[in-house]
Design a protein around this ligand. Sequence first.
Ligand code: PLP
Length: 393
Amino acid sequence: MTISLKSFDPPKRVLMGPGPSDVHPRVLSALARPTVGHLDPTFIGLMDEVKALLQLAFMTSNDLTLAVSGPGSAGMETCFVNLLEPGDTAIVAVNGVFGKRMKENVERSGAGCVLVEEEWGKPVDPDKVESAFKAHPEARLLAFVHAETSTGVESDAKSLCALARQYDALSIVDAVTSLGGIPVKVDDWRADAVYSGSQKCLSCMPGLSPVTFSPDAVERIRSRNRKVQSWFMDLSLVMGYWGAGAKRAYHHTAPINALYGLHESLLMLAEEGLEASWARHKRLHLALRAGLEAMGLSFLAAESCRLPQLNAVMVPEGIDEAKVRARMLERFGIELGAGLGPLAGKIWRIGLMGASCTANNVLLCLGALEAELTALQAPIRTGVAVPAAMAAL
Ligand SMILES: Cc1ncc(COP(=O)(O)O)c(C=O)c1O
């Protein structure tokens, strides 16, 4: 390959896929501030603030709350490697791509995995989870995805965490797509380990994974028989780095500028208010929905479990979904997501997350989608989507 010797100048996109979402200009500008040392007293102060802001976002007073230096998958792996030991049994609920990834994590930790499977597009069924606990009383952990990005489905986190407690197990909750977009009430749910990602409803760049652990989870980590197999993710070591105040010990060099970015995005969330952010995601989802339904399009998920920030929309019969996405990107700069696994070719995933969740984007997306579907002679109603969305706004 020949090297261009030119700086990379990315095109202007409107990120309306499953993530990353648009990064807010305030975050971009925070990222460009001068780098300080990772043990600089000012940076230690910033880490303390990030922790406090994450506690606010997660609605928790958990002391072990921090940002893992790595993407959502690193947060996921941190939870599994610290809470499981070889020979343990974990129940994993799978209703999409990310539940399957959890299963991989359990198996690679040397633990046994009991799967509770659900059709893609449906929420995790607490009754099936309860049956799994009854059949496997030795299970020490329940893991599930709160907001399945592959299907646009929300599962009932509060009930599932309560079941785990009832059967004396800890819970691991994937809140990568939910944090900031819909309620994630860690203390109210009594969830034990929750991980998220910076690149979805937090309007931040990809690459950091906020996590939080309950006192029971910390106790499980402290009473392990064996060392965590991953040195980098071993929380007993990371705790010394993210611990209180100036007593920090070097563990790894934190992604300093990325943490400036996360700090700015969490500050914006605190300024907007959690409830207001959830309400914005809901309101704009309802406007998008009004437009899509006016066109004659439908959703994969039932209304009762539909995520506002991830809209899984059925592709009309006979339409090449990839062609529509390619044209949306080329002509309007809009990125939409494709279906994964059994849903490949059947759905589009339209994200309304964080800074991408705006009225302008809803109207732009509806207008562009209508134009492209009309060009492909799809059987849709024309001229009604944007007015329907406007009316809903
Ligand atoms: C629900 C869910 N879990 C985990 C992940 C993994 O996050 P990352 O891609 O940042 O590693 C994603 C990413 O889209 C996700 O949507």
